[in-house]
Design a protein around this ligand. Sequence first.
Ligand SMILES: Cc1ncc(C[n+]2csc(CCOP(=O)(O)OP(=O)(O)O)c2C)c(N)n1
Ligand SMILES: [Mg+2]
Length: 331
Amino acid sequence: MSPTETMNTDLALRIHRTMVRIRVFESRVEELFKVGKLPGFVHTYIGQEAIAAGVCAALGHDDYITSTHRGHGHAIAKGMELGPIMAELYGKETGACRGRGGSMHVADFSVGMLGANGIVAGGLGIAAGAALSARYRGTRQVAVGFFGDGGINKGTFHEALNFAATHRLGVVFVCENNQYAQFTSRLRTTAVEDLSVRASAYGIPGVTVDGNDASATYRQALEAVVRAREGGGPTLLNMETYRFGGHYVGDAEVYREAAEVEDRRRSDPIHRWEQVLTDGGLMPDGLRERIWEEAEQEVASAVRFAEESPYPDADTALENVFAAVPVTGRA
Ligand SMILES: Cc1ncc(C[n+]2csc(CCOP(=O)(O)OP(=O)(O)O)c2C)c(N)n1
Ligand SMILES: [Mg+2]
């Protein structure tokens, strides 16, 4: 069965468009960072687009995601507009978090994007908490926690899976297994070859997925999301992928061979999906070019928006940083 037979044309093209918008956004971010326009560090998502696009296509607007330090792709796929994300990267007042957070803390609760996170695996406890809150409120919302192959060895991963499994919470744990944590190969840090086996320690389903196949990421995510929504508890998805760029923009990449990168770039998730769409007759002549062109224009306008926006007023630096402390009545 062709991958596109499991989804309609609109959905197949929507997933493609999301991947292209992420790619174009991230490529522009790399350029902007290299010429010194963006403060701090940026970690780009290029090469992993089929995961954010496929997984978020399986979610509803009200569902939640938590993200990582490599979070722009998740933010875009969950429905944030490009302008506020770009302005946040610039540290501008019009940024999604009014310029206080920057690249590693992009968030927009109105679309269920509960935040990128500079703490590796830090989003997993938050995802479990969001699912617990949905349980209390009786809303059937599902939470997806994205994390990396480095994050899978953090204590938070084990705590969050155990808690979510014990309480059968509606969480989908999505490991973006891009083979490296910073400058260290997964093979040097992790005893098991197939990361999905970690699920068995918590009595939940674990599945390994080709993370560069948009049809597979969508289908496996949907199955897990439906199970989560129906009260069947959490799932661990090990999505195999590869980051095309360095850990951050500017990484000299001395820890991996150029030939390896070149080889893995042949499995570009966007090119693969375009081939599937073309073979399935879903990508008529000219449509591909139009989608890329529209993404270029959208990103150019996001950059304009960010550049024309003001920096926050220094006197407001502490606004919206701390939540108001609730009065508990206790001493
Ligand atoms: C708790 C914690 N430990 C260490 C770091 C430093 N650090 C930042 S990114 C990173 C590697 C993360 O690797 P992975 O989870 O595979 O995500 P990827 O960068 O590959 O997307 C580390 C160790 C951190 N930010 N937080
Ligand atoms: Mg990694």
